[in-house]
Design a protein around this ligand. Structure first.
Ligand code: ACO
Length: 419
């Protein structure tokens, strides 16, 4: 039988660390009492092997390439469900009945109007401000209008942010392009209304389907950088708008959500350079170049990212539907082929991640490159909110890691004239 506790001994003191087993048989070592018992803290740069919480929302097995929301396989959800259905599943733990989903969608529509003083903020921001900065600004600004109970996981607060976020995201895109806002149309569903507000025209069924799929694939990914940021900010009892704004900021970086923008920019650069993928693969392998193949590698997937597999097919479908051929897709395929056969990538288990294909689809739909990361945020929102809600419901303590101090030890202050 497997051990149910681990004894850690240090300097004559010892601590009994219980072994915690998850529902998918993942064993974890609970070190909560380790410091009190032995004086030891654990050190784990980038939290590569640290479980910050117990969560019942998303399961992923990076070695096997498995991703499930509330027990449902991501491929099945992407093929058969709609984004708001998946949002409901993440938030409440079960797939909605028809009546529950209708009620949820009605509530989202009812709360979707954005107050004029919030949208006015966009107009006041400096020209050229990145859309992620704009999105962060208007999201946190919602706390000025909806302050009451915003730090509680109430139904109203949760619906309010989910309802307004696509409207804000579309406004951010219009503002970035110097275009007028398109009125919110409550006769349209969540995703169609977003596309209508972004482009000022009705999107085709194929485009709505592709968008739905992209949002579903991005909806949650357990304790990633931005989700951990949302939970950490929320753990201080900051309100939901401030917590989600923390997630938006974390997602912006090119090592996380910003990678989808970086992938397309890289494919464009390769195209402009003449399209020789082998040159860029060689550069990626040369550490001195500081160049990385964007869209390759993942902190937890050491196998194919299951989302990338689904998007590869979706990419072909959307391009066919829109009657487009894209040189960037050809370059992407060549890069993928070269990398999957190269020992550098194989030995490090570097496979294409979700962002490798999402940018090509967003580009085909007509989104400007700098909007790709806000689209990721739109998809990730239900996950952020579900994780924030779970943290609140579990009454988790404020997040506050320890450190190993490596600075100067005590030294006397010296007056400025003596230095
Ligand atoms: N191109 C070339 N080499 C790479 C790449 C890459 N894209 N990714 C990792 N490596 C190499 C590293 O240089 C390192 O090599 P070494 O062991 O010889 O030193 C090894 O593979 C391991 O890489 P780490 O950076 O240690 O892996 P980590 O888990 O810390 O980083 C990350 C994962 C940040 C995603 C990384 O693979 C990367 O920078 N990828 C490109 C950016 C990207 O696509 N990000 C999107 C992530 S998915 C998402 O957020 C939705």
């Amino acid at each position: 039988m497997a051990e149910d506790k681990i004894i850690v001994s240090y300097n004559g003191k010892s601590s009994e660390c219980p072994v915690i087993i998850g529902t998918e048989n993942e064993p974890g070592m609970d070190i909560s009492n380790l410091r009190d018992d032995t004086g030891l803290v654990t050190l784990d740069f980038g939290y590569k092997n640290t479980g910050a919480t117990k969560s019942a929302i998303t399961f992923l097995d990076g070695e096997e390439g498995i991703l499930r929301y509330r027990g449902y396989d991501i491929a099945e959800l992407a093929e058969q469900s709609k984004f708001t259905e998946v949002a409901y599943l993440l938030l409440y733990g079960e797939l909605p009945t028809k009546a529950q989903l209708e009620d949820f969608n009605d509530k989202l529509k009812a709360h979707s109007d954005v107050p004029a003083e919030v949208s006015a903020i966009l107009k006041a921001m400096p020209k050229g401000t990145h859309p992620m900065a704009q999105l962060a600004a208007v999201t946190v600004a919602l706390s000025g209008v909806y302050a009451k109970d915003a730090a509680k996981a109430s139904e109203e607060t949760i619906i309010n942010i989910l309802a307004k976020f696509p409207v804000l995201t579309a406004m951010v895109m219009r503002n970035t392009q110097g275009l007028d806002f398109i009125p919110n149309d409550k006769s349209l569903d969540y995703v169609s209304n977003f596309l209508h507000m972004a482009f000022g025209k009705t999107a085709s069924t194929a485009v709505v389907d592709a968008m739905d799929k992209l949002l579903i694939l991005h909806a949650d990914h357990e304790q990633n950088c931005s989700t951990s940021a949302v939970r950490l900010v929320g753990s201080s009892n900051a309100n939901i708008y401030a917590s989600v704004t923390g997630g938006i900021s974390a997602l912006w970086g090119p090592l996380h959500g910003g990678a989808n923008q970086a992938v397309l920019e890289q494919l464009e650069a390769i195209e402009k350079d003449g399209g020789d993928t082998s040159k860029f693969v060689a550069m990626a392998k040369d550490k001195a170049s500081g160049f990385r193949l964007m869209g390759f590698g993942h902190r937890v997937y050491k196998n194919f990212d299951p989302r990338a597999k689904i998007l590869k097919k979706s990419c072909d479908d959307v391009l066919a539907d829109l009657g487009l051929t894209d040189k960037k897709l050809t370059i992407a395929m060549e890069l993928e082929k070269a990398a999957l056969h190269d020992d550098y990538f194989v030995s490090r288990k570097l496979y294409p991640n979700v962002d490798f294909y999402s940018g090509i689809i967003y580009n085909a739909i007509g989104f400007p490159t700098e909007m790709f990361t806000p689209l990721f945020a739109l998809g990730r929102l239900p996950g952020w909110v579900a994780q924030w809600k779970e943290m609140k419901e579990n009454k988790e303590p404020i997040g506050r890691p320890r450190q190993i101090y490596t600075g100067a030890t005590l030294r006397p202050y010296s007056a400025i004239e003596n230095r």
